[in-house]
Design a protein around this ligand. Structure first.
Ligand SMILES: [Zn+2]
Length: 86
């Protein structure tokens, strides 16, 4: 079964068109505690359920976008460009 992800610019494409970029996380500030940076880079929650994730359309428009995906079913519920409020 091929999973489809809808790029906000190109529409539905097979998951092989994309590159996963990890969860959307709040980036620490430049002068924040180094332990916050360690957590940002190395500690992942791996939550079961809805996740906001970065995806890159490597075989299409070559743009990064955000997908909200249920990690228990792999179903993507919505995709949008960074900065768009969904
Ligand atoms: Zn695209």
């Amino acid at each position: 079964m091929t999973y489809l992800i809808s790029c906000p610019g190109c529409g539905d494409r097979g998951v092989d068109d994309y590159r996963y970029g990890g969860s959307v996380l709040k980036r620490p500030g430049y002068n924040d505690d180094p332990e916050l940076w360690d957590s940002y880079f190395y500690l992942r929650v791996n939550r079961a359920g809805m996740e906001k994730e970065w995806w890159y359309h490597r075989m299409g428009c070559k743009q990064w976008f955000i997908a909200e995906r249920d990690s228990t079913t792999n179903q993507v519920h919505v995709t949008y460009w960074p900065g768009e409020n969904k």
